[in-house]
Design a protein around this ligand. Sequence first.
Ligand code: ADP
Length: 495
Amino acid sequence: MPEKVKTAFRKLLRRTRSLRLRLFVIIFSVALIPCIIMRHALTSNYMEQGVSVRISTVTAQMDTIAAHLITYNYLEEEASEVIDAELAQISALYDGRIVIIGPDLRILRDTYDISTGKTLIAEEVITCLTDGTGVSQYDSNNGYIEIVTPIKGPSTDPEEDGADAGAQVVRGVMLTSVSTDTIAATRDRLAVQGIIVETLTIIIVLSLALFLSLAITVPFRRLAKEMLNVRAGYSNEPIHINNTLETRQICDSFNTVLEREKALDDSREEFVANVSHELKTPITSMKVLADSLVSQEDVPVEMYREFMKDIAGEIEREDRMINDLLTLVRMDRQAAVELDVRETDINALTETVLKRLRPLAGKRDVELVFESVRSVTASVDDVKITQMLMNLVENAIKYNKEHGWVRVVLDADHQSFTLTVADNGIGIPEEDLTSIYERFYRVDKSHSREIGGTGLGLALVRSAVIMHHGIIDCTSTPGEGTTFTVTIPLNYIKL
Ligand code: ADP
């Protein structure tokens, strides 16, 4: 198929998906199909009924005439004006032909005067003469009914007939053909009237279907227009089209997405501002340190050394912050991708983390205790879980007091394992508990900076927990200590 035809076909197919077109077709068909069926049923039924009524009427009349034929001795060739009048009347009434046949198959009378005196050999006539049963049949192609009526009367020659004296025998047959043209004409008139009514109905239904399909889809078209405005950026306001329940539901969903988008935009802006600010701070202090060295003459070597040490410290902080940021971004991107999940010994993992952090704890004389309730193996991304635990324990050491303690407890049930990191450090005020996972959020900015915090640690922790479909919780009392509880499923389930 050429590409042009294919495109045109696709376009046409897309058009058929239009709600307006579908509504139009439904309304139109629902109103019109019964109308058409009714007209057909009416006209065809009329013909059937008409033919059957005609057969029974004519059969009854022919039975009466058959009796008269016997009474007036018509078969014995006695002329009768009464019979002739009757035959003429019936023929004229039904535009028909009556042929009277004697027992020897000779035609005694033909109302058309064509075949009188001739012999007629027809199966139904012979059958009727033999067993006396009348038949009728309708020839729809030629539009006539043929009725065979036996003429029964007492036998004139019982001996030859082999019948008892006075017994009824078949003395002849009447073959009647009547036209059904008048019935067909009435049916045709009825059909014409039906078509007129149908055409009128089509016009009315067409206008109604057009109007209704337009009216029903108006709210949807308005909805599409408003959404287009938002998409094009002309408007950023929630949309409200409450004409129908459906449009209201669509609007509600759209507005929720819009709100989420706005919140995402806001947080992105805030994040960029925070990043710029945080990255600028070490650079500013480095510049101040460098400037003061440059502006002074004969600076002693000790001062150089001291300032350079400070500058190195700032560089180290900047480096840590960039590393944390890169890890976060990578995690965000990986949330959609797969984790590197493998069977991991959580006890061994915890031991390794604590071993790495023991020197830091030692510096502040913080006691580091690991309490393993049971040995746990779980399907997790060990790098991410290590990073998560490192950050939690590091914070517990950093935000602790001299000679404090940090206790890590590992427990599990049949579904998940729980890591609890508790300390008796400075604690977190209740109002900050919900914000501590935000990027760059610090309860005490200067203190955090002093101890080398970037404000990204808990954001990383939460990302890792969420990626494993786990839960993180924090309880804290300022001045007494903090407890972080992380629960992670033993088996990673890919959603
Ligand atoms: P930072 O790099 O500043 O430590 P985090 O994201 O790791 O950033 O933590 C955010 C803030 O939460 C910290 O600045 C600190 O005020 C508070 N915090 C985290 N852990 C603890 C803890 N164990 N005890 C007290 N405060 C804590």
